[in-house]
Every structure is written in structure tokens, then in C-alpha cells.
Design a protein around this ligand. Structure first.
Ligand code: ATP
Ligand code: MG
Length: 357
């Protein structure tokens, strides 16, 4: 881009991630155009320069959208993967179809990780009751049955203890594309984030440490207070995954850390991640700014952390805390503009610096 042109980033998806990408883009003088089936009155469209409300399989609308922007990114992992190739006929698309396809499927992403020598929990693809029976027998202990696609915030998951009958469990679960994972008694969870340019250059963020409640991220503290070798190993694995996927944009990877200090890949997302919202205040270049920069070809910004940070998610049931948070010293409050505060719905987050150094 040049300084005198209006460069426009297209964003697929209408949620809070799209909203925060649009806000960061605006700060850099970039325009945004949101495309989603539910764009009207959405968190992202409310702050974007333009929006289009159309389905993800409306080829004419997708073509018109891509022709109207300079580059496209997806804040939403479950856009049909082939849409990215369609958009790429008009402009660069982040992530590409192949990377999105892998990140959409729990077996595919764990297979790629283990092919790269990155350990994962033991897992069994489950597409029949017989698969489940085999997996349960080999597992012989606590496990988690998950849908391979469309799960988020712990949805589409069922904890098993190995004593349940495979047939009825399979029928009750109701998915013919599932994965059985061993239950990991982890010490804690961490996540990594890299930005990767079209040329293949990589920039890391500091590692985040995460606490989930009921399968939903509750709190992130960052930079994670962990051994430098562990942070390094997680970052190296994340960069290897981004290279393997020839990723353009952001890649977030979630890991379990075992009590003996081992690292296990859980899942990845080719987009901004909830566990890096602290970077808005914590780094000169937040995850959203970095994505806008990479998309517009502006080069990487500085991702060193200013001190240590804590980010707490505000779910629907936490909204009564808002008046207090509005007046609390040192709290950076973010509200996503969602009208209905449903239980477990991500409504906003609050970030505070917990240490200056
Ligand atoms: P997200 O909100 O990150 O999209 P998700 O619904 O895709 O979540 P996971 O990340 O697979 O699902 O699981 C959510 C949380 O459940 C994990 O962060 C972890 O706390 C717990 N969990 C998932 N899989 C396992 C496992 N195999 N062993 C132990 N805990 C697990
Ligand atoms: Mg997860």
C-alpha cells in the first residue's frame, strides 16, 4: 500500500475478533469491509467502514466483496474452506484454503502436529461405534469425545470414563466425524501466537498462560511465567506449524503442559485468539494490529510485552461486574456491543497490568 491510497481489509465473520481487527486497522488508516450472513448490527460491522450481509456460499456476493477489497482475512474458523480459494482469485486471502481446512478438523490438525514431531494427547478418529469401541479399549481410562468440526468454548465435547458402552455412547453423541482423546491431567495450559507474512517471515508474541472454566477461557496471564526452554519449545513448534501450513496471517496454538514439563499440542486457530487480547494494551503491536500490518504489507510491529498482564473474559453472567470495572483503577475494559447477555456468551474482557517490569 502507499500512504495516499485507501487500503481496505475484507473481514469474513461478524464477531468480536472482526471488531477488534477493524478497530486496529482504523488506527493504521486502513479501511475495513465485513462480510457475514449475520452482518447487520453485528459487533464487527458496527465499527467497519462497510459491510455485506450474505451467505458464505453466495458466490456472486463473495466475488463482489473480494473485488471491493485489497486483501481478505477470516476471523471465523468455520467459513467453508473453499471460499478462501474463491476469494484468492481476486486478492490475497488469509488463511489459505489448505491451512483453514486443517485447522477446522481436530484429527487433521493433530496429525499434522505429530507428523512434525510435536507431541499430542493420544487420539483415535471416531467415525463409527466400532472405532469408538476400539479407542475406549485402548484408552482404558478417562477420555474426551469431541466433534471434529465446529466445536468452540468446550461445545461438542463429552467426557468419558471408559466404562460406558460404545454403542449407546456413539448413538447419543450423534456425530459421525469425531475424535476420542485421552484425558490429560495437565499442570497448566499455554498458548502461542505467531504472525507470518506472505513471504514466510515469522514474528512471535510472548507466550500466554491460560485458565479455563467449564471449557471456556476464563483468565490469561502473560507473558507466561514458565521456564524459558518451555516457552522456546512451544514457540518453535508453533512456527513449524505455521511454516508447514504456509500460513499467511496469524496462527494461535494451544498446548497442555504436563506435570513433568512435557508439551502436548491441543489445537490451533489461524486467526486472532482470545488468549492474546492482553496484547492490545500489553504490546506496541497487538495481535490485531499485527494482523492488519501483515495483511497490508506494512511489516511487523514490536511485540515485546510491557510488563505482565492479566485478562479476564466477561461472559453474560459476569455483566453485573461492569459498573465496578468501569471505575476500577488500571482496568482496560472492552465491551463487544452484543445486545443480549446470555450465559457463557463472550460479552467483553478486562485487562490489567499486574507487574510493571
Ligand atoms: P476453544 O474455546 O479454545 O475453541 P474448544 O471448544 O475448541 O475450545 P478445546 O480447546 O479442545 O475445545 O477444549 C477446551 C478446554 O477443555 C481445553 O482448553 C482444556 O482445558 C480442556 N480439554 C480439552 N481437551 C482435553 C484433554 N484431552 N485433556 C484434558 N483437558 C482437555
Ligand atoms: Mg481450545
Amino acid at each position: 500500500m502507499t500512504a495516499d491510497s485507501t487500503y481496505c481489509i475484507g473481514i469474513l465473520g461478524s464477531g468480536q475478533l472482526g471488531r477488534m481487527i477493524a478497530i486496529a486497522a482504523a488506527q493504521l488508516g486502513l479501511d475495513t469491509h465485513v462480510y457475514a450472513p449475520d452482518a447487520a448490527a453485528s459487533p464487527a460491522a458496527a465499527v467497519a467502514g462497510r459491510w455485506t450481509e450474505a451467505a458464505y456460499d453466495d458466490m456472486a456476493a463473495l466475488d463482489a466483496f473480494a473485488a471491493s477489497v485489497n486483501v481478505v482475512t477470516s476471523e471465523f474458523e468455520n467459513v467453508p474452506a473453499e471460499v478462501m480459494t474463491r476469494l484468492a482469485m481476486h486478492c490475497p486471502a488469509s488463511p489459505g484454503e489448505a491451512a483453514l481446512r486443517v485447522a477446522q478438523h481436530r484429527v487433521a490438525e493433530k496429525t499434522i502436529a505429530s507428523d512434525l514431531g510435536i507431541d499430542t494427547p493420544r487420539f483415535w478418529p471416531v467415525t463409527s461405534a466400532a472405532d469408538l469401541e476400539t479407542g475406549l479399549r485402548e484408552l482404558a481410562g478417562a477420555g474426551i469425545l469431541k466433534t471434529c468440526r465446529l466445536g468452540y468454548d468446550g461445545k461438542g465435547q463429552h467426557r468419558v470414563n471408559g466404562s460406558e458402552a460404545a454403542d449407546s455412547l456413539y448413538a447419543d453423541f450423534g456425530s459421525d466425524d469425531a475424535i476420542l482423546e485421552e484425558h490429560i491431567d495437565f499442570a497448566f495450559e499455554i498458548s502461542c501466537l505467531v504472525a507470518r507474512s506472505q513471504a514466510g517471515d515469522i514474528c512471535h508474541f510472548p507466550v500466554s498462560r491460560n485458565q479455563h472454566e467449564n471449557g471456556i477461557l476464563a483468565r490469561t496471564t502473560a507473558p507466561a511465567d514458565i521456564a524459558p526452554e518451555l516457552a522456546q519449545a512451544a514457540q518453535t513448534a508453533t512456527a513449524a506449524l505455521a511454516d508447514r501450513l504456509d500460513l499467511f496471517g496469524l496462527l494461535a496454538v494451544e498446548f497442555f503442559v504436563t506435570p513433568d514439563g512435557g508439551l502436548l499440542f491441543n489445537e490451533m486457530a489461524p486467526r486472532p485468539h482470545n488468549s492474546f487480547h492482553w496484547t492490545i494494551e500489553g504490546c506496541a503491536s497487538s495481535q490485531f494490529t499485527q494482523l492488519a500490518r501483515v495483511l497490508a504489507g506494512l511489516g511487523f510491529g514490536d511485540t515485546r510485552a510491557y510488563g505482565s498482564w492479566q485478562m479476564d473474559n466477561l461472559l453474560g453472567q459476569h455483566m453485573p461486574q461492569v459498573p465496578e470495572l468501569l471505575t476500577a483503577a488500571g482496568v482496560h475494559l472492552h465491551l463487544y456491543g452484543k445486545p443480549e447477555a446470555r450465559t457463557d456468551r463472550k460479552m467483553g474482557h478486562a485487562t490489567r497490568r499486574v507487574r510493571a517490569d
